[in-house]
Design a protein around this ligand. Structure first.
Ligand code: ATP
Length: 359
């Protein structure tokens, strides 16, 4: 498939190259033709005594100057076209995503989150991914989000952070809709570990510091709390170790643990972690559990999406989703009792075991 695409691209490239070369030759031909004609006409006028030889040479020089820009335009026509295409693309993009309201710059959120009939939609899909999700997450608690694959957990995480493009209903941080916050002000109060981690090309320190002005003490503090400080020091360049494109120089578990440190950087009030233990071994998972307990101790609200039942014990509340709807929401014990007893027995793999059942 790649070969076919590439051949098509090369054929088009070669055609456009030939056309450009032809246009350039034509431009040159016209330029020389004009010069020759003007020189010929000048010579004829000189012979007839109607023009001096000096004026003939001067007009010829002027003529070549006048046609020069035309030639340059033909030579750089490809650039002109690509500039126009880029401009139209940008214009189209800016129309689709207009400038956001700069929002309010208020005091730091306390960590209380309220969802009111939240729905999340996506273009090209008839049914909403999330519908009618209502819940209150008290500040300083750990809320587990459980549900089978495709039930809308990651979408809920993004909607909670105000980064899902199309939502209805409300996500309120202390009674202020998330969309009304100034994103630059709100960012430092949020910690997010996406399901596929998404590290960027740069050093470990830069990634943990979210590519802002690095604060070494805070970077080390976040890594210590995520339990990765020793692991980072074992890398050849420590905190200055490059992670490669998308974190490709690190293993899946290492990426996830660095991602957790990035989420914990500067002690955010709201932590949203999307399957933070998916690639962790027992040591990594214990460190993560400790980091979450520590974050709760400091007053952060932790929203923890997971398929692993080992971490259910640290949750204060559980929200169970199925097909984008809340099937259960309440304290851990209430919800776990309502869920299938086999989930607690642990006979099944966690993903299936934690799937909420009709109570
Ligand atoms: P998992 O446990 O497998 O990570 P999840 O519960 O996190 O699943 P989501 O990733 O939120 O599930 O997806 C919920 C549903 O929304 C799925 O059916 C998915 O196909 C759909 N979906 C998610 N993102 C998009 C998108 N960008 N465009 C279209 N459909 C999407």
């Amino acid at each position: 498939l790649w070969q076919k695409q590439h051949q098509r691209y090369m054929a088009l490239f070669s055609r456009s190259h030939d056309t450009t070369a032809r246009m350039q030759s034509l431009g040159k031909f016209l330029q020389y033709l004009l010069q020759s004609l003007s020189l010929g006409a000048g010579a004829w006028l000189v012979i007839r005594g109607e023009l001096s030889p000096g004026a003939m040479i001067a007009s010829n020089a002027l003529m070549s100057r006048a046609t020069q820009p035309l030639n340059t335009l033909v030579g750089s026509w490809r650039n002109v076209l690509s500039t126009r295409t880029a401009f139209l693309r940008l214009e189209n993009l800016l129309e689709r995503y207009p400038e956001q309201n700069v929002g309010v710059a208020g005091p730091a959120p306390s960590g209380r989150i309220e969802l009111r009939q939240l729905a999340a939609h996506v273009a090209g899909r008839q049914t909403p991914i999330l519908q009618d999700v209502s819940a209150v997450f008290p500040a300083g608690s750990i809320i587990g989000v459980l549900g089978p694959s495709g039930s809308g957990k990651s979408t809920l995480a993004r909607a909670l952070l105000g980064i899902w493009p199309e939502t209805h209903g409300d996500v309120l941080y202390d009674a202020v809709p998330v969309a009304a916050w100034n994103r630059d002000d709100l960012g430092p109060h949020l910690g997010y570990l996406p399901q596929d981690v998404e590290l960027f090309e740069g050093t470990i320190a830069e990634n943990v510091a979210r590519f802002g002005t690095p604060d070494s003490d805070q970077v080390i503090e976040a890594c210590k709390r995520a339990g990765v400080h020793e692991m980072v020091l074992r890398f050849p360049k420590g905190y200055d170790t490059p992670v490669g494109e998308g974190g490709s120089f690190l293993s899946g578990g290492q990426r996830q643990r660095i991602g957790l440190a990035r989420a914990l950087y500067r002690d955010p009030k709201i932590l949203v972690l999307d399957e933070p233990n998916a690639n962790l071994d027992d040591v990594g998972e214990r460190a993560m559990v400790q980091a979450l307990l520590d974050a709760r101790e400091r007053g952060s609200t932790v929203v923890l999406i997971t398929h692993r039942r080992q971490v259910v014990a640290i949750m204060d509340h559980i929200l169970a989703l199925r097909d984008g709807r809340v099937t259960h929401f309440g304290t851990r014990d209430e919800v776990m009792t309502a869920l299938q007893p086999a989930a607690l027995a642990g006979a099944n793999p966690p993903a299936a075991g934690l799937a909420p059942q009709a109570s």
